[in-house]
Ligand binder design. Structure first.
Ligand code: GLN
Length: 306
């Protein structure tokens, strides 16, 4: 598509979605996120060459939350190959993203890397591999987005830590099965910082480009084998929207990953990445206007994987 075509599509998407912007609630279990204005809406599309088009609040940083789970997984797969799959599964959980129930039946092995339990295991592995899980994530995201100032909000991280009993319970429970190698508190600190990264739709669309380029980074070097990029996209499609992954695939038809900050990243393999942000989320933790915008985007362009 030409630049003007991207802009026309984004314009049409925004018009279609405006009526639902403001629907949903912010994530009140993280008080620092509860105050964000639900009338915000932004969307950006980055093609595989790194050209970005955006609309609305597309350059406004927001809390990436669970979207960070894509990149920690990619960094672990890049350094450690398939090893991580002995400690975390890749099946949809059908349960809320912070649920504890399944862990007891499956010996402390979380269903997939995109729910909280699974991401805690991935962060634990990244910590072992690099000595600084959050730092290596931040450096990767800075490099891919081309923005050296990216970082996390200490206020949001502290708010999560203060109200983090659920994540602490998940981590301790998995530690009791021997599925964490590092001290629980250290893993939690890196996990909260990773979730509290602040990025815009522009930054996230660019930073996810390696998945549209089949594993190749922004500078042309290879992060992952083609097969591993395919695998991440597949797990995003089946697990990226938690217990609404089926509905997301039905409406959007793309690999995607949402976060309770109201952001969603989606990948059109070989073509582009799309990031949308609107802070009102539904009961499953997915942005209401965000899903509607991606639904409109794939309907207008015909660019779904189906
Ligand atoms: N930081 C959030 C948590 O641990 C991330 C959850 C999410 O975005 N779904 O609960």
């Amino acid at each position: 598509m030409e630049s003007s075509d991207y802009e026309a599509v984004l314009d049409d998407v925004e018009k279609l979605v405006r009526p639902v912007v403001g629907s949903g609630e912010t994530a009140s279990y993280i008080p620092a996120l509860a105050a964000v204005d639900t009338s915000r809406f932004g969307m950006a599309v980055a093609d595989t060459e790194g050209r970005v088009h955006g609309i609305g609040d597309w350059q406004e940083p927001f809390s990436v939350q669970s979207i960070s789970k894509i990149y920690t997984l990619a960094l672990v797969l890049a350094q450690d190959g398939e090893e991580i799959w002995r400690r975390v599964g890749r099946e949809p959980s059908g349960n809320p993203f912070n649920s504890l129930v399944q862990l007891e039946y499956e010996d402390g092995i979380p269903r997939n890397p995109f729910i909280n339990a699974g991401s805690l295991v991935v962060t634990d592995r990244l910590l072992t591999l690099t000595g600084d899980a959050y730092g290596s994530l931040r450096d990767f995201l800075r490099a891919e987005s081309g923005d050296d100032r990216l970082g996390h909000s200490p206020v949001v991280a502290a708010s999560e830590a203060e109200h983090g009993d659920r994540n602490a319970a998940l981590a301790h429970f998995m530690a009791s099965y021997g599925n964490l190698d590092n001290p629980v508190q250290e893993v939690l600190d890196h996990y909260f910082a990773q979730c509290a990264m602040e990025m815009s739709c522009r930054d996230l669309a660019l930073a996810t480009g390696f998945l549209a380029r089949h594993g190749v980074r922004a500078d042309g070097s290879r992060l992952l084998p083609v097969r591993a990029a395919k695998q991440i996209n597949a797990v995003m499609l089946t697990c990226g929207a938690y217990d609404a992954a089926g509905e997301f695939a039905y409406r959007v038809g793309l690999p995607g990953k949402s976060g309770v900050g109201g952001g969603i990243v989606a990948v059109v393999p070989g073509k582009c990445t799309v990031c949308v942000w609107s802070p009102g989320i539904d009961r499953q933790g997915n942005s209401v206007a965000g899903v509607a915008a991606l639904d409109a985007f794939t309907t207008l362009t015909g660019w779904s994987v189906f």
